[in-house]
Design a protein around this ligand. Structure first.
Ligand code: NAD
Length: 377
C-alpha cells in the first residue's frame, strides 16, 4: 500500500474536476491492487482471469440459492474447476468458513471464485485471509463488499470485524447480466444502501478529491438507474448504471471513514434486528439533514448528483419514488427503543462533521420512526 502526495499537475486537475473551488488542501489517497473487469457477459472471462492469477484448481463459492449459477459459471473454468461449495451464509459464520476450508485442503485448491452478494464475497475474503490464495469476486448485488478491506465474521453469535488490504479480492468481475435477476425491491434497497456509503464519503474526515469524484458519480449513476429498475427490472442500461454506481460507492466505503449515518444504522440494526438495507434507506435523509449545515459542500454535490435542489429532501424523494419503507415503525422498531438507541449512538459516536448530541439524535431517530420528511434542526 502506498501513500503519496499529489504533484502540482494532478492536484490542479483534481481541483477543477472534484470541487470546482480553489481550496484543495493536503490529502492522502491510497490506491489498491485489484483488477476490475466490467460489462455485460464478462463472467465468461472467468477462465482467462483465473489463468492471469495462475489458478489451476479453483473452488467456486455461492449461497445455496445461487448454486445453479455457480455450476454454470464454474463450467466455464473447464479443468481448472476443483469444486463448488454452496454454503455461504449472511455474516460469515466461522463454522461455514471452517467447512469450506476443509474442502480447500482436501481438493488441493489453489484459488477462490466467489459468485454472489456480500455473504459469498465475505466467505471468499475469510478463506483468502486464512490461506493466502488468490480470490476472484463476481458480485451479483449492490452491497460493495468486494471493494472493501473489511471482513465481519460471526462466532458463537458475536460479530467481529477486521480490516486488512489483503482482504480485497485480486480480481473483480462485474457482469451486469448477473444482476438482472436481483428482485426490484431488493435492488432498490441495496442501491440506496450503496448511496449511503457515497453520501458519507463526501463529508468523511479523510475525504479526498478522488473518492469525492467517485462518490458523486456513484450517487448519480444509482439515482438514474434505480427508478428505471423498479419499473423495468431487466433494462440492461439501468442495470449497467446501477452496478457501475455500486462499484464506485463500494470503493468509497472501503477508502474513507463512515460517520453518523452508519453508526445509526449499526446501532438500530443490532438493537432491534432491523433489515439492513431498508434501515439505511429510511435513516439516510435524516442523517444528511442532521449534517447539512456542517457539510455544505458535500450537500451541494449530493444534490447535484440527485438532480435535486436540496440533498436530504432529494434522498427522501428518491426513497419514496422507489416505494421503499419510510418509517422505522414499519420495519419493526418499537417506539420505546428511540431513547435507548440515541443513548447508544452518543456513547461511542463515529467522527462526524457536526457534534453528535443526545437530544438532537433522539429527535432524528423519532422523525425516522414516524416517517417525517427530513428536517434541519
Ligand atoms: P447476500 O449476499 O446475503 O444475498 C442475499 C440473497 O440474495 C442470497 O440468498 C443470495 O443468494 C441472493 N442473491 C444474490 N444475488 C442475486 C441475484 N443477482 N439474483 C437473485 N438472487 C440473488 O446479500 P448482500 O446484501 O449482497 O450482502 C449482505 C452481507 O454482506 C452481510 O453479511 C453484510 O454484512 C455483508 N457486507 C459486507 C461488506 C464489507 O465491506 N465487508 C459490505 C457490504 C455488505
Amino acid at each position: 500500500m502506498s501513500t503519496a502526495m499529489p504533484d502540482a499537475g494532478s492536484a490542479s486537475i483534481a481541483r477543477v474536476a472534484a470541487t470546482g473551488d480553489a481550496s484543495l488542501g493536503t490529502f492522502f489517497y491510497c490506491s489498491q491492487r485489484y483488477r476490475v473487469v466490467f460489462g455485460a457477459g464478462t463472467s465468461t472471462r472467468l477462465g482467462e482471469e483465473s489463468e492471469r492469477l495462475g489458478i489451476k484448481r479453483a473452488l467456486v463459492l455461492t449461497t445455496n440459492a445461487q448454486q445453479d449459477l455457480g455450476r454454470r459459471l464454474g463450467a466455464g473454468l473447464g479443468d481448472r474447476l476443483a469444486g463448488l461449495y454452496a454454503g455461504a451464509r449472511m455474516h460469515t459464520p466461522v463454522e461455514v468458513t471452517n467447512e469450506a476450508l476443509g474442502i480447500v485442503e482436501s481438493r488441493d485448491v489453489d484459488g477462490l471464485v466467489a459468485i454472489g452478494g456480500g455473504s459469498t464475497v465475505g466467505l471468499g475474503k475469510a478463506l483468502s485471509l486464512r490461506t493466502g490464495l488468490p480470490h476472484i469476486a463476481v458480485p451479483t448485488t449492490y452491497a460493495g463488499s468486494e471493494m472493501t478491506p473489511i471482513l465481519g465474521e460471526t462466532a458463537n453469535g458475536i460479530k467481529t470485524t477486521q480490516q486488512s488490504q489483503d482482504l480485497v479480492p485480486d480480481t473483480v468481475i462485474y457482469d451486469v447480466d448477473l444482476t438482472v435477476s436481483l428482485p426490484p425491491h431488493i435492488s432498490a434497497a441495496s442501491g440506496l444502501n450503496a448511496i449511503a456509503h457515497a453520501v458519507e464519503a463526501l463529508y468523511a474526515p479523510d475525504a479526498n478529491p478522488l473518492t469525492s469524484l467517485m462518490a458523486e458519480d456513484g450517487i448519480a449513476a444509482l439515482a438514474r438507474a434505480l427508478p428505471r429498475i423498479v419499473v423495468a427490472p431487466a433494462d440492461p442500461s439501468a442495470r449497467r448504471d446501477a452496478l457501475y454506481g455500486a462499484w464506485l460507492c463500494g470503493v468509497c466505503l472501503g477508502a474513507v471513514g463512515m460517520s453518523l449515518h452508519h453508526k445509526l444504522c449499526h446501532v438500530l440494526g443490532g438493537m432491534f434486528d432491523l433489515p439492513h438495507a431498508e434501515t439505511h434507506a429510511i435513516v439516510l435523509p435524516h442523517a444528511a439533514a442532521y449534517n447539512a449545515a456542517a457539510a455544505p459542500d458535500a450537500m451541494t454535490r449530493i444534490a447535484r448528483a440527485l438532480r435535486a435542489t436540496d440533498a436530504p429532501q432529494g434522498l427522501f424523494d428518491l426513497a419514496r419514488r422507489l416505494a421503499l419503507p419510510r418509517r422505522l415503525a414499519d420495519i419493526g422498531m418499537p417506539e420505546g427503543g428511540i431513547a435507548r438507541a440515541a443513548e447508544m449512538v452518543v456513547r461511542s459516536p463515529y467522527a462526524n462533521p457536526r457534534p453528535v448530541e443526545r437530544v438532537a439524535i433522539q429527535d432524528l431517530i423519532a422523525a425516522a420512526w414516524r416517517g417525517d420528511a427530513p428536517a434541519r434542526n
